[in-house]
Design a protein around this ligand. Structure first.
Ligand code: NAD
Ligand code: G6P
Ligand code: MN
Length: 442
């Protein structure tokens, strides 16, 4: 069987060890020849890389391993880039979340003003990696889950329309696992779904099992009572109390349209007042992750390095990230499997902007993806999506043109922001906080 060469961009990510272990679990169907890590923070990356190097030597010595901050070394001779960078790292996520909260506005990683600030940092980073890949390995594919995926995807559509990038999000994966367990089904892979929306902003409209049996009535009944709370899934990422609250709140999000099943992220747009009331402006999700996942992962790495062995444990495979292997296999082996991807609409959602980056089911094979039409969507969802897609497009235009005006419009139009006045205050503070990360706005 052919073996593949992979570069993990954002080698210093908290998700890197979990993804490496997950890749090793799937060697039978996706054999790997080499793994390279690439990051622009050598110190951070080195900790993760040295520990993974030890793990790989002990568990998969046949895989060539290296890590670097040199783009040419990182992106030469590869088949896939798995991209999960966080431009500005957790220090900037914390600011994204805390600045809006000062003004009584939702403070969140990818939604509202925080997501816009993150978008203005990420666009350049993701485009840079895409360009390196295309320069040094023109046949390679980039599987991108760097956030904010909606804005990053719109930026690549505008700036690199022909590049080989697939933008994907893991939230629907986790929610579908939960829905499968609500129905007593072993795996989400036994479900066939229809879904439409933007990234972190979408709805399931049909869910069938393999025999074509309609699962929606059962899922609706569950979500009406519980949201997604208590439904099992394999992920160990979404288990903190704040995530549990989000899964519970999905009940109230669902109530707005009992025909469909909503993505959990809609709570930030539909219940922003509730979210702000339940946020601690001094201690946000960024703090939780810095005190939790980041400490845990880097602690485990340091221990492995100190002991010189990974045999005592410390790392855990990110089981639900196996969708990344599924996606790589779809391209490598032309499996024609179905995935929710973030792609240019082009009429797949009939009554919606053709140029919008929508999240919909697609069939993926070695020549890329084909969209599955979702038809016309209801007025409620269309209205919300028109507003949100405009926010995302204005942000990307602001980045391209260096336009203060468009960025102010983007914040003002966000459903999470009450007025142009508040938008301006948040924007001005974000500009200060993001010096060196954002393009200059005039
Ligand atoms: P992290 O801060 O631990 O890791 C990100 C790494 O990217 C850091 O080591 C940083 O130095 C590096 N980096 C930043 N800018 C870079 C650049 N320009 N070039 C190369 N490397 C750069 O963050 P994390 O919590 O592990 O998350 C990583 C990313 O994955 C984030 O964007 C997060 O939002 C995303 N994510 C997405 C999904 C999804 O469903 N799409 C799920 C989980 C995480
Ligand atoms: C989900 C989303 C990601 C997001 C992550 C945040 O997985 O799909 O896009 O980055 O949650 O999780 P965290 O644990 O970092 O708050
Ligand atoms: Mn996501």
């Amino acid at each position: 069987m052919e073996k593949y060469a992979i570069t993990v961009a954002g080698g210093g990510s908290t998700f890197t060890p979990g993804i490496v272990l997950m890749l090793l679990d799937h060697q039978d169907r996706f054999p790997i020849r080499s793994i390279k890590f690439y990051d622009n923070d050598p110190e951070r990356q080195e900790i993760v890389a040295k520990a993974c190097e030890i793990y790989l030597k002990e568990n998969a010595p046949e895989i060539e391993f290296s890590y670097t901050t040199d783009p040419e070394a990182a992106f030469t001779g590869i088949d896939f880039v798995l991209a999960h960078i966080r431009v500005g790292k957790y220090a900037m996520r914390e600011k994204d979340e805390k600045i809006p909260l000062k003004y009584g506005v939702v403070g969140q990683e990818t939604c509202g003003p925080g997501g816009l600030a993150y978008g203005m940092r990420s666009i350049g980073g993701v485009i840079e990696i895409l360009d390196y890949m295309e320069k040094y390995s023109p046949n390679a594919w980039m599987l991108n889950y760097s956030n904010p995926a909606a804005i990053v995807a719109e930026a690549t559509r505008r700036l690199r329309p022909d590049s080989k990038i697939l933008n994907i999000c893991d939230m629907p994966i986790d929610l579908e696992e939960k829905m499968a367990s609500m129905c007593g089904i072993k795996s989400r892979k036994e479900m066939v779904v229809s879904y439409y929306g933007l990234n972190h902003f979408g709805w399931w409209s049909k869910i069938y099992d393999k025999d074509g049996r309609d699962l929606l009535p059962q899922i609706r009944a569950y979500v009406k009572e519980n949201g997604f709370a208590q439904a099992a899934s394999e992920t160990n990422q979404h288990i903190d109390q704040s995530w549990r609250e989000t899964f519970t709140k999905a009940r109230d999000v669902y109530a707005l349209d009992p025909e469909t099943i909503p993505n959990t992220y809609l709570k930030y747009y539909l219940y922003p007042d509730y979210v702000v009331e339940h946020s601690n402006p001094e201690y946000t999700r960024a703090n939780e992750v810095m005190d939790g996942r980041e400490k845990q992962v880097f602690g485990a790495c340091r221990q492995i390095i100190e002991k010189g062995t990974a045999k005592d444990g410390g790392f855990e495979a990110d089981v639900h990230a196996s969708y990344i292997v599924d996606l790589a296999c779809a391209i490598a082996k032309n499996t024609q499997e179905r995935f929710l991807l973030i792609v240019p609409n082009e009429g797949a959602v009939e009554n919606f902007d053709r140029t919008a980056m929508v999240e919909i089911p697609c069939i993926v094979g070695s020549n890329g993806y084909e969209r599955i039409c979702q038809g016309a969507i209801p007025q409620f969802q269309k209205g919300l999506m028109e507003q949100q897609v405009s926010v995302e497009k204005l942000c990307v235009e602001a980045w391209i043109e260096g336009s203060y005006q468009k960025m102010w419009q983007a914040l003002t139009l966000s459903k999470t922001v009450p007025s142009a006045g508040v938008a301006k205050k948040i924007l001005d503070e974000m500009i200060e906080a993001n010096k060196g990360y954002w393009p200059e706005l005039n």
